[in-house]
Write a protein that binds this ligand. Sequence first.
Ligand SMILES: Cc1ncc(COP(=O)(O)O)c(C=O)c1O
Length: 416
Amino acid sequence: MTEIMRGFDPDALRKDFPILARRIGGRPLAYLDNAATTQKPRQVLEAMREFYEQRNANVHRAVHTLSHEATLAYEAAHQRVAEFIGASPEEIIFTRNATEALNLVAYAWGLWELREGDEVLLTVMEHHSNLVPWLALRRLKGISLKFIDVDDRGRLRLEELTRLLSSRTRLVGCIYASNVLGTINPVEEIIAAAHRIGALVLVDGAQAVPHIPVDVRGLDCDFLAASGHKMLGPTGTGFLYAKRELLEEMEPFLYGGDMIETVTLEGATWNRLPWKFEAGTANIAGGIGLAAAVDYLEGLGMEAVYDHERRLLEFAWERLAKVEGIRLYGPAPDEAPRLGIISFNLEGVHPHDLAMVLDSEGIAIRSGHHCAQPLMARLGMEFAARASFYIYNTEEEVERLAAGVEEAKAAFRVRS
Ligand SMILES: Cc1ncc(COP(=O)(O)O)c(C=O)c1O
């Protein structure tokens, strides 16, 4: 009831997601692994099917009708994604995922711009995809990496920022919302501080963009990477936002067809933005599906999306905290802004075992290191279980999760 009043009714919109009708182990599926990838509504599937059935052709190449229609649809998809985050369409580069968008910055900017002794400042809570490319550049270019630490509860130690920024800092890379803790970092403050000393800022928005309103102009970030597939879009989609003046200056990422203007045996000139950064045949249907996902989210309203998740988070936190022997990571929902992501460990039960038990109840959670091993080590753990919520999750599913965790606890206590 309250859910309807606050914006949308998750029970009603579940009908848009065919997969949610599945039963796993005889129980209705409770999909709580949304930080990894989300489910796709009919509207996204339909947009892709319509493209393949009615318009499928390559873009930017031929003069025939299908190619023209495919081109219009693919370019409109850039426009939709741009509007969603307050950018211009030529500043949106479609990629396979957020990882590719982050690598694009490392390859097309870092590889050419960074010199020995330059510094890149990251946080210890980065996802591996915004850490490993910079580790590679450290080996290749002799740059040095510095890291903003977290406190024991996993909150970013912003007081360290001024000390860590220096005249050698060229780039600050920061995860907007942690995929382990769900905490939303104060990226505005980080961006302002970095800009004061002339450094660029790369925001990893893979977890933030699907869950909270994001406005790149308001943030004033230089780069922002996101995953289309974590925001109802098809797998194989993601994007990079970058300020136009940077994209104009930067070298391409991949070389080949569609990204050039002219080619001679002596050299090549580059296509206009954003196509300079989209070499080869694109994931056209994927881009069209992503635009349909944006339409869907905008129909709900991003404030309402966050509101819904926040309520589930508060309920889940309260409910899970009652389980004997559980450890919930990160600050409580009333202590810091958080997304609907909870990582936890249960005394005496390996998270993989817990995930298996829950799976037998139809509940899908993630267990592992969540591609953030430095953060996990900093918080004193190797693995954790993680439940992550989205628009179609309900309090009833959270209740089932808590009951499943309690059952697992009891089962493992009996066995040990
Ligand atoms: C914060 C964060 N950054 C980057 C990624 C990588 O995203 P993708 O799987 O789209 O490459 C993830 C995926 O979990 C993530 O959570």
